[in-house]
Design a protein around this ligand. Structure first.
Ligand SMILES: Cc1cc2nc3c(=O)[nH]c(=O)nc-3n(C[C@H](O)[C@H](O)[C@H](O)COP(=O)(O)OP(=O)(O)OC[C@H]3O[C@@H](n4cnc5c(N)ncnc54)[C@H](O)[C@@H]3O)c2cc1C
Length: 456
C-alpha cells in the first residue's frame, strides 16, 4: 500500500513533475491495456541526479516508484499505484561513441542508438524486432532478437551501467566494479535499481542483408532446420514463425533467415540453403539495406496503427522451451489455438538460441543446449474484457504446463505471477536476488508492477 504524500513534499528537481489527468491516465496504461494502476505523480527527470533525488525521497517515505520507458509492457510492469512513475524518455541522450562501445541514457530508444552507430560503420550486435523500445526497458527483461543465437541477449552485450539504487544512490557498475549490482540489474525486472545510462559493445555493421523466407509444412522439419542453422551459425539472423493458413486453418511454418554482407561480396545461396528441407517452390528472398532490415517492423506498425489493432489489449505470452520438449508443446499448443485465441493480428514466433551464448544470471532459461523462444502474441478486444481474461487464462495454463517440463518465462508477458511463482522462476538465483533486493532496495519501493516482492 503506497504511503500518501503531498506533491509539495517532492524534492526540487530540474525535470518536470506532472499530475494532470491525462499524464496520470497514460502512466496507468501500457501496451497490454490489461492492468491499470494510477500513480500520484509522473516525474520526467532531466538527469540522473533527479532520479536519485526522487528515489531517495520515495525510499524514506516508502512510496512505490517505477521507471517507464516506451510503456510497451503487457501487464502493468511499469506502473506504480499511488506512487511515482519516472518517465525515462526525458533521459534519452546518446553519447559520442568510444571505439567499439557506445553509451546512452536509459530512456533512449534502440532506433536512436542505431542512428548514432551506423554512420560510424558499427551496430549493437543484438537488437529487438522493434526498435522503439527503450534501452532501460529491454535491459530490465533481457532483449532478445534474431541475432541472439550468436550474441545472446542485449543484457549480454552491456559492458557498464549507471544505476540509481532503491536508496537513491547513483552507482556505476560493470563486471569488474559493483558486479553484484551489475548482475542484479540486468534482466532484474527493475527490482534493485533504475538504470540511467548503459554502455554496450558494438560490432562492425555490414551494408546489406539478404533475407530468405522459407516455408515448411511439417513442424519437425522446420525445427530440425532451425537447429542445424543455429548450431552451425551460418546465418546472422534466424527467426521462425508458425503461421495459420487462413483457407485451410492448417499451420505452416515460416523461417526468416538472413545474412549480412557488404558489396562486392555476396552471399552464397547454394552453400547457405543447400541441404535445408524447405518448400523450394514457395521460398522468397529479398535484399535490403541493413538499416531497413532492422526496421522491418515499421510497415507493420503503420498498418496496425491505421487499423486500430496497435491500440487494443495485448495478452502476450513469451516462454522459453527446452529443446527436448519443443515439438510436443508447440504441436499441442498450435492444435488447440484457434483464430479467436490469437486475435485478428495476433502471431506466434518460435526460434532457438544457443544457451552457451546466454550469460545474464537473472535471465532464466531451460537447461538444454538449445532453448526456444515461443511467443504467442495475442491481440485482445477493446470491448470484451472477458475475451481478454480468457486469453490471460490460456497464458496461465500454457505456462503451468511448460514450467512442469522445464520451460521458463520470458517476463515480457501478460501473466499473473505470485511471489511464489517468482521464487520458482528464479530457482537457485532467488536467494541472490532476495539479498540484492535487501541491499539495494531495502524499503522495497522499486518497480512494484512486476509483483516480484509485492502483490498486485
Ligand atoms: C511491438 C513490440 C515488440 C517487441 N519486440 C521484442 C523483441 O523483439 N525482443 C524482446 O526481447 N522484447 C520485445 N518486446 C518486449 C519488450 O522488450 C519489453 O516489454 C520491454 O520491457 C519494453 O520496453 P519499454 O521501453 O517499453 O519499457 P517499459 O514497458 O516502459 O518498462 C518495462 C519494465 O522495465 C522497467 N524499466 C523501464 N526503464 C527502466 C530503467 N531505466 N531501469 C530499470 N527498469 C526500467 C519498467 O519499470 C518495467 O518494469 C516487444 C514489445 C512490443 C510491444
Amino acid at each position: 500500500m503506497a504511503q500518501p504524500f503531498e506533491l509539495a513534499e517532492l524534492p526540487a528537481i530540474d525535470g518536470e513533475v506532472a499530475t494532470d489527468d491525462a499524464g496520470l491516465a497514460r502512466a496507468a496504461q501500457d501496451w497490454g491495456h490489461l492492468v491499470q494502476a494510477r500513480p500520484r505523480a509522473v516525474v520526467r527527470p532531466a538527469h540522473a541526479a533527479d532520479v536519485a533525488s526522487i528515489i531517495a525521497f520515495a525510499s524514506q517515505r516508502t512510496i512505490p516508484v517505477a521507471a517507464r520507458g516506451a510503456g510497451h509492457s503487457p501487464f502493468g510492469q511499469g506502473q506504480a499505484e499511488g506512487g511515482i512513475v519516472l518517465d525515462m524518455t526525458g533521459l534519452a541522450r546518446v553519447h559520442p561513441g568510444n571505439g567499439d562501445e557506445i553509451t546512452m541514457d536509459a530512456g533512449a530508444r534502440w532506433r536512436q542508438v542505431l542512428a548514432a552507430t551506423l554512420p560510424t560503420g558499427l551496430t549493437p550486435a543484438v537488437l529487438t524486432d522493434y526498435l522503439d523500445l527503450t534501452v532501460g526497458g529491454t535491459l530490465a527483461v533481457g532483449g532478445i532478437g534474431g541475432a541472439s543465437h550468436h550474441h545472446g541477449t542485449q543484457t549480454d552485450i552491456v559492458t557498464a551501467l549507471e544505476v540509481v539504487t532503491g536508496n537513491g544512490e547513483l552507482l556505476r557498475c560493470s563486471p569488474e566494479v559493483e558486479s553484484e549490482l551489475f548482475d542484479a540489474v540486468r534482466a532484474g525486472l527493475g527490482q534493485c535499481g533504475i538504470v540511467t545510462r548503459a554502455t554496450v559493445r558494438l560490432r562492425p555493421a555490414k551494408q546489406r542483408v539478404r533475407c530468405w523466407t522459407l516455408y515448411y509444412d511439417e513442424l519437425g522439419a522446420f525445427l530440425e532446420d532451425q537447429r542445424t542453422v543455429v548450431r552451425d551459425g551460418r546465418f546472422d539472423h534466424v527467426q521462425g514463425q508458425p503461421v495459420a493458413d487462413s483457407d485451410s486453418g492448417r499451420w505452416r511454418y515460416r523461417l526468416e533467415a538472413a545474412t549480412y554482407f557488404s558489396l562486392p561480396d555476396r552471399p552464397d545461396e547454394e552453400e547457405l540453403l543447400g541441404e535445408l528441407c524447405f518448400d523450394r517452390e514457395t521460398a522468397e528472398s529479398q535484399d535490403l539495406a541493413y538499416s531497413a532490415f532492422l526496421d522491418r517492423m515499421a510497415q507493420g506498425e503503420e498498418l496496425l496503427r491505421a487499423e486500430g489493432d496497435w491500440f487494443r489489449p495485448h495478452p502476450w505470452l513469451n516462454l522459453f522451451l527446452p529443446d527436448d520438449e519443443v515439438e510436443s508443446v508447440v504441436a499441442d499448443t498450435l492444435a488447440q489455438t484457434k483464430g479467436a485465441d490469437l486475435g485478428d493480428s495476433g502471431l506466434t514466433l518460435l526460434y532457438p538460441v544457443r544457451r552457451d551464448r546466454l550469460a545474464t544470471p537473472l535471465l532464466r532459461v531451460p537447461a538444454t543446449d538449445l532453448v526456444w523462444l515461443f511467443a504467442i502474441l495475442r491481440t485482445g478486444s477493446t470491448y470484451d474484457p472477458c475475451a481478454n481474461l480468457r486469453m490471460v487464462e490460456l497464458n496461465t495454463a500454457l505456462y503451468e504446463r511448460v514450467k512442469e517440463l522445464g520451460g521458463t518465462l520470458y517476463p515480457a508477458s501478460a501473466l499473473p505471477m505470485t511471489a511464489k511463482d517468482w521464487r520458482d522462476h528464479f530457482g537457485d538465483d532467488w536467494q541472490t536476488l532476495e539479498v540484492a533486493k535487501h541491499v539495494y532496495d531495502p524499503a522495497g519501493v522499486l518497480t512494484p508492477g512486476q509483483c516480484v516482492f509485492t502483490a498486485r
